[in-house]
Every structure is written in structure tokens, then in C-alpha cells.
Design a protein around this ligand. Structure first.
Ligand SMILES: *[C@@H]1O[C@H](CO)[C@@H](O)[C@H](O)[C@H]1NC(C)=O
Ligand SMILES: *[C@@H]1O[C@H](CO)[C@@H](O)[C@H](O)[C@H]1NC(C)=O
Ligand SMILES: *[C@@H]1O[C@H](CO)[C@@H](O)[C@H](O)[C@H]1NC(C)=O
Ligand SMILES: *[C@@H]1O[C@H](CO)[C@@H](O)[C@H](O)[C@H]1NC(C)=O
Ligand SMILES: *[C@@H]1O[C@H](CO)[C@@H](O)[C@H](O)[C@H]1NC(C)=O
Ligand SMILES: *[C@@H]1O[C@H](CO)[C@@H](O)[C@H](O)[C@H]1NC(C)=O
Ligand SMILES: *[C@@H]1O[C@H](CO)[C@@H](O)[C@H](O)[C@H]1NC(C)=O
Ligand SMILES: *[C@@H]1O[C@H](CO)[C@@H](O)[C@H](O)[C@H]1NC(C)=O
Ligand SMILES: *[C@@H]1O[C@H](CO)[C@@H](O)[C@H](O)[C@H]1NC(C)=O
Length: 404
């Protein structure tokens, strides 16, 4: 753990500079929990034998520094945490554990070794923070790309192995969860949970929660913290669609809209395929034009983001009146116009014949009646009064139709 240079340095200087306890600068734990302090002794080789005898390790509080010299100051004072050396001092392992910590124990502590005829205090203290609530777990999420296996990593420091927290992912994600403990470079521990899963576009915006559960000295309770993270998944364009009116008539204002589902959002490119030649039309998702015959053909909308490009094609037919249809209409229009005229003439003609025929009828009947021209103005009355003559009337009408 010590650099080689340190020992070289040591051989030229007095032993005072060659004794130390390697401890982290700062450690944090949660109230009610314990704290493991990784510690490595470094003492001059000639003092090694000291460690074989009875040795005492103390962790002195900076705030009580003056009180230690006081007469009758109780070293097991309630302001001092309960400490136990877990390491094997003969192997220069001074790793210690502080138990049942409260926030009142937050302070700077100094390592002190006491043996027969040998005492030394590490001048570099350790800052110990006891928080009331456990720390938020730290979450590492790589750039998530659809279809590419990824690890969601959550970790939290485990300041005390005996009361190690437990982290896990609570989410609807189907994946493989790996839990474990890691020893950091400074000798402290942390626990982690890795969720290995395959992101999909459906996971965009999904909230994943990492929960850490921190046991405390009191077995019937625990503390908890969590961190919620929203997933961002990048994916190539999907569901590319072109919307347009179905029939396009010559002279119409045509608007084609290209849409897709992509993250990051797609950029669009319109291409018209004309006799095998691609013509780029624009790079907005909307394409507008007034339809001419030139506009008929195949339209390609290319939706593209940094992952992929996807094409969608639409065939546009510009409906118009062809020259032959035009000629036909021109030719037929007089005929078409004539039809109602003919009908009108015919009806008029029919009416005329009807009126003309009445005198004939009465003429035929003149044998029976006295010549009465005034009856012409009241033909129906005449018919009504002389219903027997209906036979004559219908016959006469037949002849009218024949004449017309
Ligand atoms: C430590 O000493 C100071 C005076 O130097 C005193 O006020 C304080 O009460 C002492 N603390 C304890 C815990 O004895
Ligand atoms: C822990 O410390 C609290 C006071 O901070 C004390 O009441 C309790 O008895 C201690 N528990 C253990 C197991 O030492
Ligand atoms: C520890 O507590 C001190 C004082 O409350 C604060 O300044 C420091 O940032 C804390 N350190 C850590 C690592 O929490
Ligand atoms: C994810 O984590 C597992 C287990 O730690 C590891 O084997 C794998 O290589 C990691 N995969 C990626 C993509 O980081
Ligand atoms: C975490 O807690 C769960 C449930 O309490 C348990 O099944 C799991 O084994 C624990 N994991 C670790 C690493 O302690
Ligand atoms: C999870 O692990 C199992 C077996 O180790 C494997 O078959 C499966 O494909 C893995 N699933 C994921 C999402 O990595
Ligand atoms: C077609 O669009 C042009 C320009 O945008 C506009 O001047 C014209 O009035 C539109 N015609 C119709 C029929 O909407
Ligand atoms: C998600 O990632 C994309 C691509 O990196 C980025 O453009 C977008 O702003 C991100 N969204 C959020 C909510 O972070
Ligand atoms: C989309 O179509 C254009 C024009 O034909 C072509 O240049 C491009 O390569 C196509 N892109 C894809 C992804 O097929």
C-alpha cells in the first residue's frame, strides 16, 4: 500500500517521520449503524517487536483533546464511541470498528497506539460524519441504445460490513440482476446492484428506482434511501408514415407530411424519383406544391437520426382531364345541351297537340251535340258530363302521339 519512495525517505530520517497509520481522510455512516475504519500501521522495522506485546489502540476525538489530560476523565465517556480493533496488530492491521454511532459522534478522530515504552499518534486525523439519514445511492446509467445490452449500476457505500446495506433495482424491466460488494481503493466497501437488460423504445421515459436498505444496531428497524432515474433510450426511426389526400387533382395545393417515431427526433428528406433520377425536394417534414403533371410520380420520405435512416414511399397520381376527354366533352356538350331543348320542344309539342285534338273530338261528337265552340274552354266539364265519350278521347290521343 505504501509507495516504495516512502521507505527510502524513511531510512534517512528519524523514526518520528517513519511512523504512520494509513487511514482514509473522511468516512461517513448513518446513525444507529457502525463504521469500519480501514487502517494500516507503518512503524520503523526495529519497533516491530513492540507489536508482539500488549498494545492498545485509541481513537481520540479532536473536540475532547484537552479533556483527555484532565484528572479523572473517563475514557469510556458517552461522547466517545464504542470502538473495537478488528485487525491483527501483529500484522500491522489496525482496522477498527466504531459501533452504535449517533450524529453526536461526528468529529475528527486521531489514531493513537500505546505500548510499553512506545507511543505514537497519527497526526493526520480522520473526519467521521454520522448522518441522520442514509445517503442516496449513486446511479450510473450509460447511453441506452435500443437493442444493445446495457448495465444500470446502483451502488451505495457500506461503511460497516456487519450492517451492510442492501441495494436493488425495483422496476418493471426484465433483466438480470447482479448484487455484490466491492472493496474500494481506500479500503472502504460499497455494495452494488447491476441490472443487465436490453433497452427498447418502450423504455423511453420509464422511471427506474434503486432502493438501498440500511440495517442499524437495533434489529427491529432499518433506514432506507432511494434514487429514481428516468431512462432515455435512443432508437432509430419507426412507424414512418406519409399523410396526404388520396386523390390529387391538377391545380390542387398538395401537402405531404412525413412523420416517424425516433429518439433523437428524425430529420427528414424528400426525394422525388423521376425516370430513375432522384431529385431532392426539401428537408422539412412537410412538402407542399401545387399539383401539375410534373408532380406525378414516386415520392420518398427519408427519416434519419444518428442511428439509422428509414424510407417510406408514396405514389402520386395527378388526376386531370386528358386532351381526348377534353375534345370529347367539347364535342358532346352541344349534344348534351340539346337534350333538354329537345325535351322542352317535345313537351311543348305534346301540349299543343292535346289542345288541337279537342276540337276534333268535339267535332266527332258534333253529331250528338249542337256545334258548341264555347265548350273548348271547358273540355274537362264536357268530358265529365259525357263520360261515355272517353273511348273517342283516347283514340284521338293515340293519333296525336302518332302525329308528333
Ligand atoms: C472538556 O473540557 C472543557 C473545558 O476545557 C469543558 O467545558 C467540557 O465540559 C469538557 N467536556 C467533557 C465531556 O468533559
Ligand atoms: C446505542 O446508543 C444509544 C444512545 O445513543 C443507546 O441508548 C443504546 O443503548 C445503544 N445501543 C447499543 C446496542 O449499544
Ligand atoms: C462532514 O461534515 C462536515 C461538517 O458537518 C462537512 O463540512 C463535510 O462536508 C462532511 N463531509 C462529508 C464527506 O460528508
Ligand atoms: C454488465 O455487467 C456485467 C456484470 O458485472 C458484466 O459482466 C458485463 O460486461 C457488463 N456489460 C456492459 C455492457 O457493461
Ligand atoms: C437484499 O435483501 C433481499 C430481501 O431483503 C435479499 O433477498 C437479498 O439477498 C439481499 N441482498 C444482499 C446482497 O444482501
Ligand atoms: C439473463 O441470464 C440468463 C442466464 O444467465 C440469460 O439466458 C438471459 O438471456 C439473460 N437475460 C438478459 C436480459 O441479459
Ligand atoms: C395554394 O397555395 C398558394 C400558396 O400557398 C395560395 O396562394 C393559394 O391560394 C392556394 N390555393 C388554394 C386553392 O388553396
Ligand atoms: C435523450 O437523448 C437524446 C439523444 O442523446 C437527447 O437528444 C435528448 O435530449 C435526451 N432526452 C432527455 C430527456 O434527456
Ligand atoms: C432512401 O431512398 C433514397 C432515394 O432513393 C436513397 O438514396 C436512400 O439510400 C434510401 N435510404 C434507405 C435507408 O433505404
Amino acid at each position: 500500500m505504501l509507495p516504495v519512495g516512502f521507505f527510502v525517505f524513511c531510512t534517512y530520517l528519524s523514526e518520528v517521520y517513519c511512523q504512520s497509520a494509513l487511514i482514509p481522510k473522511t468516512l461517513t455512516t448513518t446513525r444507529g449503524s457502525c463504521l469500519l475504519i480501514p487502517c494500516q500501521l507503518n512503524i520503523p522495522p526495529e519497533k516491530d517487536s513492540v507489536l508482539q506485546s500488549s498494545v492498545q489502540v485509541k481513537w481520540k476525538r479532536e473536540s475532547l483533546w484537552k479533556n483527555y489530560s484532565e484528572e479523572g476523565f473517563n475514557s469510556l465517556h458517552e461522547k466517545e464511541p464504542e470502538v473495537e480493533v478488528l485487525g491483527d496488530l501483529r500484522k500491522k492491521d489496525c482496522t477498527s470498528v466504531m459501533r452504535n454511532l449517533s450524529s453526536l459522534h461526528s468529529d475528527r478522530y486521531f489514531f493513537k497506539l500505546e505500548a510499553d515504552k512506545y507511543t505514537f499518534t497519527e497526526t493526520k486525523g480522520i473526519r467521521i460524519n454520522v448522518s441522520d439519514s442514509p445517503p442516496e445511492p449513486s446511479v450510473t446509467i450509460p447511453d441506452l441504445v435500443e437493442g444493445k445490452l446495457a448495465n444500470l449500476t446502483c451502488s451505495v457505500s457500506a461503511p460497516c460490513p456487519r450492517l451492510s446495506p442492501n441495494v436493488t433495482w425495483t422496476s418493471a424491466l426484465a433483466g438480470n440482476l447482479t448484487q455484490g460488494t466491492r472493496v474500494n481503493a481506500d479500503g472502504t466497501h460499497s455494495v452494488f446492484a447491476i441490472l443487465n437488460f436490453i433497452p427498447s423504445f418502450l423504455h423511453l421515459g420509464l422511471k427506474v428506482n434503486c432502493v438501498s436498505v440500511h440495517p442499524v444496531e437495533r434489529a427491529d428497524t432499518f433506514l432506507q434511501s432511494h434514487k429514481v432515474t428516468m431512462l432515455n433510450v435512443t432508437y432509430p426511426p419507426k412507424d414512418i408514415q406519409i399523410s396526404s389526400s388520396n386523390s390529387v387533382w391538377l391545380g390542387d395545393n398538395v401537402t405531404l407530411i412525413c412523420a416517424s417515431n425516433a429518439n433523437p427526433p428524425a430529420r427528414y428528406q424528400w426525394i422525388q424519383k423521376k425516370e430513375g433520377v432522384d431529385e431532392e425536394l426539401g428537408d422539412s417534414h412537410v412538402l407542399s406544391f401545387t399539383a401539375t403533371q410534373e408532380n406525378a410520380g414516386q415520392y420518398v420520405c427519408e427519416a434519419k437520426n444518428f442511428l439509422a435512416a428509414v424510407n417510406s414511399t408514396l405514389q402520386i397520381h395527378v388526376k386531370a382531364i386528358s386532351f381526348t376527354t377534353f375534345l370529347l366533352i367539347i364535342t358532346l356538350s352541344p349534344v348534351l345541351l340539346l337534350i333538354p331543348i329537345i325535351l322542352i320542344i317535345y313537351r311543348w309539342c305534346k301540349e299543343q297537340h292535346k289542345s288541337d285534338s279537342n276540337p276534333n273530338i268535339y267535332a266527332n261528337e258534333s253529331n250528338l251535340y249542337q256545334q258548341a265552340p264555347q265548350l273548348q274552354s271547358e273540355p274537362y266539364n264536357a268530358k265529365a258530363t259525357h263520360s261515355n265519350n272517353s273511348l273517342y278521347t283516347s283514340r284521338a290521343e293515340e293519333s296525336i302521339y302518332a302525329n308528333c
